[in-house]
Design a protein around this ligand. Sequence first.
Ligand code: SF4
Length: 755
Amino acid sequence: MSDWQPTACMLCECNCGVEVQLGGPDGRHLTKVRGDKAHPASKGYACEKPSRMDFYQNGPDRVRKPLRRRPDGSFEEIDWDTAVREVAECFAALREEHGGESIFYYGGGGQGNHMPAAYSRSTLAALGSRYRTNALAQEKTGEFWVSARMLGGSFTRADFENCEVGVFIGKNPWFSHGLPHARLTLRALAKDPERCMIVIDPRRSETAEMADIHLAVKPGTDAWLLAAMIAVLVQEDLLAGDWLAEHADGLEQVVPHFAAIDVARYCEACGVTEEQVREATRRIARAESAAIFEDLGVQMNRHSTLVSYLHRLLGFGTGNFAKKGAAYSPASLQPIASHTEPPGGKAATSPVTGSRIISGLIPCNVVPDEILTDHPKRFRGMIVESGNPAHSLADTARMREALSALDLLVVIDVAMTETARLADYVLPVATQFEKAEATFFNFEFPKNYFHLRHPLFDPPDGLFSEAELHSRLVEALGAMPEPAVKALRKAWDEGRPAFRARFFEFLQGEPGFFPMAPVVLYRAIGDKLPHGLKEGAVVWALAQIAAQRIPDSVRRAGFDVDGAELGDALFDAILESPRGMIFAVDDWEEGWKRVGTPNGRIQLALPDLLQEVDILDAGPPQETSAEFPFVLSAGERRSFTANTIFRTPEWRKKDPRGALRISPDDAERLGLADGGAVRVTTKRGSAVTVAEVSDRMRPGHVSLPNGMGVDFTSAQGGLERAGAAPNELTASEDRDRFAGTPWHKHVAARVEAVA
Ligand code: SF4
């Protein structure tokens, strides 16, 4: 058994610091895991999930050699030189014939490995590829779009540690986390009589159970509830008038849309009593501070972009921005949530369907439509990296058809995923514990953190990281700026001032150098960094950019150097901090500096979404039917659910098959016993699993967990699947009309007992 070694959990965006012991017969197992008390963000906190991380590191179906598809459909192993050469040649041929924009990129990292996103930029630039997406475009892009327009490119999170009132909309942090030390924060909020927790959720979730006010909204009607709450603010004169006059524009355009709302009727529409709605709204309005967090329960639901807008009207309307306990704009090392709307110009759109591109991402739900067409601009080649669209995106059957229709599909991943099984080439890489890795989900405030994790193992079988792979691909494409690599290698040895000067010379003097910078840095200095940290080379550039973008925040974090030295001081500290480090410290005023609107004020009026508010007056449409009478939430976060990086059900200590949760009334009516077999059918597909009779569910509402239905090779050698894959049941056309985000949490379904 080894000493405890620091790393991080990569099973949700929090990336809590953990310590692990290594052991097992080959010394390559994570045998014990505990929270790392020295981690500056999580401070020893960890939930139950990271104890199972060895099921990822030593999971089934690891790919160890590059694979090429044979004409008969099977795979053959090939050597790395052949693999890199052929993949580069095939993509180059596509580029010559159809243009680089015909090559589409999906992925770039899951919850814990964002380095591939940085290095893949170079390969994509070498190919002339323009379009990309990842899972954020089926979750968060509506929120990014609204936030960007109201705050001018900025993105917000909220301070639940210090808020007087905490509001969770479609979020169950007890299991989905998303805030630092989620369970401790929830407990502190729940037990303080001076504070108040409000939860908006159709289910009596674990978080709702702790709440002072649980607004048990009917599935899919959150927009009516939030509109009613804003109407209460307007009609009872509860808006933060002076604050809004000082900081915001457009209130006079917003108010008329809510002044005439019949609150009682909207409350009836959403199934929450008017008394509760007024109580919750008044509590928010009179609080010193309110923190509000929306998540997938509404972001993958009907009216999701409108809900994101109403959420912000509720927060800004009560003055809850840029003060303790309210919303904030985090400093970021590498912004991944920002979006800039062209002022008065035409937003970028996807080439076939013309769908809005937000934060550089095409909506996931339109990907099949961008492929399965004879449109001359359709996607013909695709790189999938650390992602699994054949499982994780809506309408899996159609997604499989689309991926199979491509001229070329190359998958870069650790294991044989559902997507890899469809590929022409599979390029295997090191796991997250076999290379230096990091996440750019750095959303905290006032102190913000970054953790460049050190590897725990060397990669086996001559495997290597995505940084090495992209460098080889760029070289094979003849696009590596070799003179720059050579000059920068030399300059590094001469010292940082010389290196910086040379780097910025190339940046300013060489057109096309910028997107190549990740692989150039990797080749130039990767092997000169401390052992095991070569993938951190690109962080040198990110540190320089952060030092220029947020110098005061970086200096407040203890980097007492000026000018050009600041970025290098930050970079060195990152390399020297295997348990993570504080890279930025903000004050609350910083929030206003990050408002990027032309006049620095919050823009309350978004005309297209105010029109949507008016449409609510017609009431919620009937979305279930006699054929499909239930609302299915597909993809619920539970104690042992994660994305598809765990490929065996054994990792789950509970609920290995991923039960369908159903209310006692519905179960009784359908003759369903707890643990009995149940079939759930939607317009798109059907799946059989087990039932869990749960009084957390309201009648008419059922839920399936996320991450189920993953194929894996069993101990007996056969391919097996545990549980129902949620996206066999969802439809790609069921999506938000602004952001294209899916309605996975609101799928009309039929439920039947299976004999
Ligand atoms: S909250 Fe749990 S799942 Fe999320 S990073 Fe921390 S330990 Fe991992």
